[in-house]
Ligand binder design. Structure first.
Ligand code: ADP
Ligand code: MG
Length: 447
């Protein structure tokens, strides 16, 4: 914690602004106002509960570095929700609320991150398909897949692709009316328009669009009233052949949304952004380093990519941190400086008991196969090889009889397991890439 609470919040903001994307910062962090700061706590005003949750979910550790801590060691923050406050003052003063008609209803109609373009998106096997789908939609809005539904884990480039589509359309179809929203922004807008009795204007605006980009639809889950309005907007646009692109952390079927909306979202094309493989991660690191004017030796790029494997945003963060660290201390980028500056980001965690199930999960992630396939009888090479790796790891890491271990692989015989172990043990000696992947699977087990 810093001694001067006066500056603590500002310092925190500066640190976060460096690390978060411009859109993320503008949507989630900038709306937070510091109201007061006391030696033992800070009071923050947030526009809604989502922003509060977002801040705590994503930045708790950083907050703890800058702000006073409570007795449990957590940052000591008192949150005040802005809307509630406003309403309170309105009732208290009993004056009719004033809503200046001139105030633009839609403020953020073009919050596209200038860095999120197709040209700056590095392709690999895990994202090639979704990128070409996104390009297809951008080239012929409303005429190819509609809606395009992009899903995938955190930090894998969903928002990047969404904005890339926006940029491309803006440039190549300048007459089209595009609007980009976060689901959170849509809800806030809806709340505001309901309160101000200007819902008709909002509806009119949305229904006049040619392209609607919607980020993070998962935030619509469990919000029935908003979901219905969104669904109406959606249908009205789709019926006019207007393009809709949606991103989400899960595929439509796994979201807790109405059947009606789920079905609509599956009408077009559902595409997944996967975890980039090792080579792609290295390419991303090298690209980001080049952008920052840093020379990143290939060996170091591999080293980082092996330790950070399921989030591109973290790869970016690693480059920023490494560059700051080396510049500040006047050091060269070596494996040692990398380890010293990035160890916190590396995906290591205290070891826990290893089970065949954990191994299967870990291997399935690294080799991009399903756990159920690993347990199946499939002999396809794409499945059989990772299965052998999993068997090898099981024998190496678990102190159990071969009998028991092989049973846990969907009832394989112990000689199958032994054969797999021998084969992979031999290959590991010679195949550097395989060794790296196995090391990753092992580290993953510990995470
Ligand atoms: P998501 O929306 O899936 O959580 P983002 O689109 O915000 O992830 O991506 C996180 C960061 O990683 C962004 O800065 C983005 O530019 C970068 N990024 C993600 N995927 C790629 C990629 N394939 N090539 C280059 N940068 C990428
Ligand atoms: Mg995103």
């Amino acid at each position: 914690m810093l001694t001067s609470e006066q500056d603590a919040w500002t310092l925190f903001l500066e640190c976060i602004e460096e690390r978060s994307s411009a859109v993320e910062f503008a949507n989630w962090i900038a709306p937070i106002q510091k109201i007061a700061s006391h030696p033992d706590r800070i009071v923050l005003e947030v526009p809604n509960i989502f922003v509060q949750e977002y801040l705590l979910d994503n930045y708790k550790k950083d907050l703890a570095l800058f702000l006073p801590l409570n007795e449990n060691g957590h940052p000591s923050i008192e949150f005040v929700i802005a809307e509630v406050q406003k309403k309170k003052t309105e009732t208290l003063s009993d004056t009719p609320s004033i809503h200046p008609v001139s105030e633009p209803l839609i403020k953020d109609s073009f919050q596209l991150n200038p860095l999120y373009k197709f040209e700056t998106f590095i392709e690999g096997p895990s994202n090639q398909f979704v990128k070409s789908a996104a390009m297809g939609v951008a080239m012929r809005p409303g005429k190819s897949y509609n809606p395009l539904f992009i899903h995938g884990g955190v930090g894998l480039g969903k928002t990047h692709l969404l904005h890339a589509i926006g940029h491309y359309i803006k440039e190549h179809h300048p007459k089209m009316r595009i609007h980009c929203i976060t689901t959170e922004g849509f809800i806030n807008e809806l709340v505001k328009n309901l309160r101000d009795k200007t819902l008709d204007q909002m509806k009119k605006f949305y229904r006049s669009l040619d392209v609607l980009l919607v980020d993070d639809i998962q935030f619509l889950q469990n919000r029935m009233n908003f979901e219905e309005e969104f669904c109406n907007t959606f249908e009205s646009l789709i019926h006019q052949n207007k393009q809709i692109i949606i991103t989400s952390d899960k595929p439509p079927g796994q979201l807790n949304l109405s059947e009606r909306l789920t079905a609509r979202m599956e009408w077009g094309l559902v595409a997944n952004v996967g975890i980039p493989d090792l080579e792609t991660r290295v390419a991303i690191l090298q690209y980001k380093a080049e952008q920052k004017g840093i020379r990143l030796p290939q060996k170091i790029a591999f080293f980082i990519a092996e330790h950070i494997y399921n989030n591109v945003r973290q790869l970016e963060g690693a480059i920023n941190r490494l560059s700051a660290y080396c510049k500040m201390l006047g050091l060269d980028i070596t494996e040692e400086t990398v380890e010293r500056s990035l160890s916190e980001l590396f995906q290591l965690a205290p070891s826990k008991k290893v089970s065949v199930e954990n191994i299967l999960k870990s291997v399935s992630l690294i080799f991009e196969v399903k756990v159920s396939d690993l347990k199946s009888d499939s002999r396809s090479k794409d499945v059989a090889f990772p299965r052998q790796v999993a068997m090898y790891l099981a024998k190496e890491l678990i102190n159990e009889s071969l009998m028991k271990l092989s049973a846990a692989f969907g009832g394989k015989t112990h000689s199958t397991l032994l054969h797999a172990w021998k084969k992979i043990s031999g290959q590991v000696e010679q195949d550097e890439m395989l060794r790296r992947r196995i090391d990753m699977a092992k580290r993953n087990l510990e995470a």
